[in-house]
Design a binder for this molecule. Sequence first.
Ligand code: PMP
Length: 281
Amino acid sequence: ISVFDHGLLYGDGVFEGIRCYGGKIFKLREHTIRLYNSAKAVYINVPYAQNELERFLLESIRINNIKDGYIRLVVTRGYGDLGLDPRKCPKATVIIIADQIALFPEEVYDKGIRLITSSLRRTPHDTLSPSIKSLNYLNNILARAESIRADAQEAILLNHQGYVTECSGDNIFCIKAGVVMTPPIHAGILPGITRATVIELLRTKMKTTVSETMLTLTDLYSSEEVFLTGTGAEIIGVVEIDRQRIGDGKPGRLTRQIEDAYNQLTQISGANAYDKNPCVA
Ligand code: PMP
């Protein structure tokens, strides 16, 4: 990677984090679609066709002999000069890292996670749309650092109107009177692939009402259950927010059911990297 790569110099690029379960890449098509959408939003031309890129991702799993693992797909503006001018970058750089990931310690999945509300606001749509999965993660990292200083494990970011958006690297859900709620995309969130998967599982398999609605901190504090979703994090129950206990202080019953349904789905679906002609969509 060139030291003149604008991904490195300016965070000028986009990325995806993708999981692989039992040799099968979970939600591969959804991830490549989001990557191309992010790239388009920042005028980066991905130098491969989507199915070609999908083949590279499958190959990265195969040649590294990965069964359960994680892929980081990064597309940067490419190398240029030391100025900002994107026209000086002739070709986007594509990086595929096939590795393992453990975002949170194992005990978090048993005992639940503690959150704080960050003093920082989530980057608004009219500054840098949070729907773009860009390499600019300082907003998220500073919020996460704040949570660490406060002896918590994740941070909730509000938008400029004071509504809940998401955490530094995961989407957030709450449950009240059996209704599952999560902020809508226009609150200023990344349209998480795990979020969409969980919404679909709840609506179709678990016959549960899901409402995409603006939420305040008050809504979260008074919820019976709160949980986070993300490719890396998967499903994590929240047991404390701003030092206030959520529910009975343990991951909730519905959260556990969602976790089970999600884990089951990751085992049975996905594009098999070890098949000759894997089904991607
Ligand atoms: N929000 C942010 C800010 C993220 O970085 C991520 C991904 N780590 C998510 C939400 C969850 O998205 P997904 O389910 O697609 O991984």
